[in-house]
Every structure is written in structure tokens, then in C-alpha cells.
Design a protein around this ligand. Structure first.
Ligand code: FAD
Length: 293
């Protein structure tokens, strides 16, 4: 199917893109990688009257470390992350995700910020963003504001970016000490959206107990879901096999998936637990702690 008719604007600067978004409000949409928006328009699931194409703004393709954060500009593409040789050692969670979003062709165009703005319940980046405590910088009529990911993901395909606004960048805190994190995705075939997915991030205290944990699951509700009960359970505890099992059980309990062609709700719920378990086993292994299976 062809998209409904729309007006196309090629932005020449961030200011111009923003002015266009302010002018057209709810009738306009940002076009980033186009890997979700264009298919949605072709199926007439989205019918924006105006597209504001930010692809000419190559300055927004930055990936840089600043102020204790790894920052991706609104045009940082999945494929660019995948090619960073230092990413797996420094940011294992992000490196895991960058390998499994869609397929190499989609990753060539798709952006991290675009994925977060799209907020597909089965999307990969939102799960990592929750576990990694990311925040998104949004430009609105009153200037820029920084929105923690928990507040950014409002509902399926809905975020804290209001009509006339634009997300400028996403910031992931740099792990303190030895980074230990993992993203686990169950997919029917390579390139598919997740049937279920999970992210786990662990930081240990000097005494070997868990100082901080980030746990989230995907395809487990209207948006990716942070499993605060599992995080609380892990904090302050020595890593043990039973602790991993209990955290995984909390994730399965919290997950509230819907049945679809990828599986029943019961199956996905069980898989949320299994994948959190696997992500934790992998994260602890990165810290030299084995025997957790
Ligand atoms: C075949 C296929 C398989 C896929 N598989 C997966 C998968 O396994 N996992 C996964 O997570 N994703 C998957 N995707 C989605 C893909 O990763 C998308 O690229 C991504 O979700 C959206 O990024 P984008 O840059 O293409 O955004 P676009 O499609 O350009 O935009 C998506 C939405 O976000 C808005 N938006 C984008 N950027 C901004 C901004 N800076 N400010 C405000 N609003 C903005 C747009 O207006 C639009 O509403 C798949 C896509 C395809 C086509």
C-alpha cells in the first residue's frame, strides 16, 4: 500500500526542524531512520500530514562520552554502535542490544532515539534504557528538559515527547567500576521482534554484595517494564543461584504480556523469567562469579 499524501520538509538545521514541528504540532512527525514510521504510513497506521526529515542533520549522529554518560544524538544509528570496537568491554548491555535489533539492513538506518520515541512494546532499546537508567533530552517550547526513561515511556507507541517537540539525544550512565550487564532476546528467527527479552545490569560493592541492579523486560506489557521488585531483591545480597532464581521469578510475576503470533501470554511470561535469569548469570560471569545456573 502507498502512504496517504503528506507534505515533506527537509530540515536544514535543528532550529528549522524544531520550528516546523512547532508550526504543524500534532500534524507533523519527525522522520529519523524511517524504519518504523514509513512501514506504519504504508499500512496507513500512521497518517501524518507533515514529515520533518532530520536526516540532513548529520551533526546529530554523534556518539560521545561526556559527564559520566555515553550520549547518542538523534541520528546515531544502530549500525554505528555495532561498529564501535570498545563498546562490548565498556558498555556490554548496549553492545548486546546493538547486535540483535532487527537485521543489518534495518540497523543501517534505524536510530536509538527513534526506537525509544517509537516505543514499540517489543522494541529492544527501551529495555536496555530502563535497566541502564538512561535519560532523554527533549526540546520543547519552553527549552530543553531531561526526562528519565521511566517517565519517558508512557504507553505503547506513546512517550513524553509532546506534539511540536523533538528528542535531541539519549544519555546512558557510564557503568562505575567493572561493567557487568547483558541483554537476552528470544526471537522466532533472526531479524524478528522479541517474543520476550530481558536486560540485567549489576554493580558489586567492595564486600561482594550487589550494590546496584537494573532489571527490565520487553514484550511484557504496554511498554518495556522495569522490574523493581527484582532490583530490590538483589540489592545488598551476595550473589547465589537462589538469588538469581528469585529475581527471575519476580520478573515472570511482573510481566504482563499479550498473546500474539509469537506466543501465548503464559509462555511469554515464563520466558521473561528465564531470560532475566540468563541475563543475570551472564552479568555475574562477567564479574568472575560462576556457578549461578
Ligand atoms: C523489518 C524490521 C524489523 C525490525 N525489528 C526490530 C527489532 O527486532 N527490534 C526493535 O527494537 N526494532 C525493530 N524494528 C524497528 C527499527 O529498529 C526502527 O528503526 C526503530 O524502531 C525506529 O527508529 P527509526 O530511526 O527508524 O525511527 P523512525 O521510523 O524514523 O521514527 C519512529 C517514530 O519515532 C518518532 N521519532 C523518531 N526520532 C524522533 C526524534 N528525534 N524526536 C521525536 N520523535 C522522533 C517518529 O516521528 C516516529 O513516530 C524493525 C523494523 C523493521 C522494518
Amino acid at each position: 500500500m502507498f502512504p496517504a499524501a503528506f507534505e515533506y520538509h527537509r530540515a536544514g538545521s535543528v532550529d528549522e526542524a524544531f520550528a516546523l514541528l512547532q508550526k504543524y504540532g500534532g500534524d507533523a512527525r519527525v522522520l529519523a531512520g524511517g524504519q518504523s514510521l514509513i512501514p506504519a504510513m504504508r499500512y496507513r497506521l500512521a497518517r501524518p500530514a507533515v514529515l520533518v526529515d532530520i536526516n540532513p542533520l548529520t551533526d546529530l549522529g554523534y556518539i560521545r562520552e561526556q559527564n559520566g554518560m555515553l550520549v547518542f544524538g538523534a541520528l546515531a544509528r544502530d549500525a554505528a554502535l555495532e561498529r564501535l570496537p570498545w563498546l562490548p568491554a565498556r558498555y556490554p548491555l548496549l553492545a548486546d542490544v546493538a547486535k540483535v535489533v532487527a537485521d543489518p539492513v534495518v540497523r543501517q538506518m534505524g536510530t536509538v532515539v527513534g526506537s525509544l520515541c517509537h516505543n514499540d512494546p517489543a522494541g529492544d532499546w527501551a529495555v536496555a534504557a530502563l535497566a541502564g537508567r538512561a535519560q532523554i533530552v527533549v526540546r520543547g517550547a519552553k527549552g530543553t528538559r531531561t526526562v528519565p526513561i521511566d517517565q519517558f515511556l508512557v504507553d505503547s507507541f506513546t512517550t513524553a515527547v509532546a506534539d511540536g517537540e523533538m528528542a535531541l539525544e539519549v544519555q546512558f550512565p557510564t557503568p562505575a567500576g567493572h561493567p557487568a550487564a547483558s541483554y537476552q532476546k528470544l526471537e522466532r528467527k533472526v531479524g524478528d521482534f522479541a517474543t520476550a527479552s530481558a536486560a540485567a545490569r549489576i554493580a558489586l560493592a567492595a564486600d561482594g554484595t550487589v550494590a546496584d541492579a537494573g532489571i527490565a523486560v520487553g514484550a511484557a506489557g504496554p511498554t518495556a517494564l522495569r522490574v523493581t521488585a527484582a532490583e530490590a531483591l538483589l540489592r545488598g545480597q551476595k550473589p547465589t543461584r537462589d538469588l538469581v532464581r528469585s529475581a527471575a521469578d519476580e520478573a515472570a510475576k511482573a510481566a504482563d504480556p499479550v498473546a500474539d503470533t509469537r506466543g501465548s501470554a503464559e509462555y511469554k511470561k515464563a520466558m521473561a523469567g528465564v531470560l532475566v535469569g540468563r541475563a543475570l548469570v551472564s552479568a555475574f560471569a562477567q564479574l568472575g562469579i560462576g556457578g549461578m545456573q
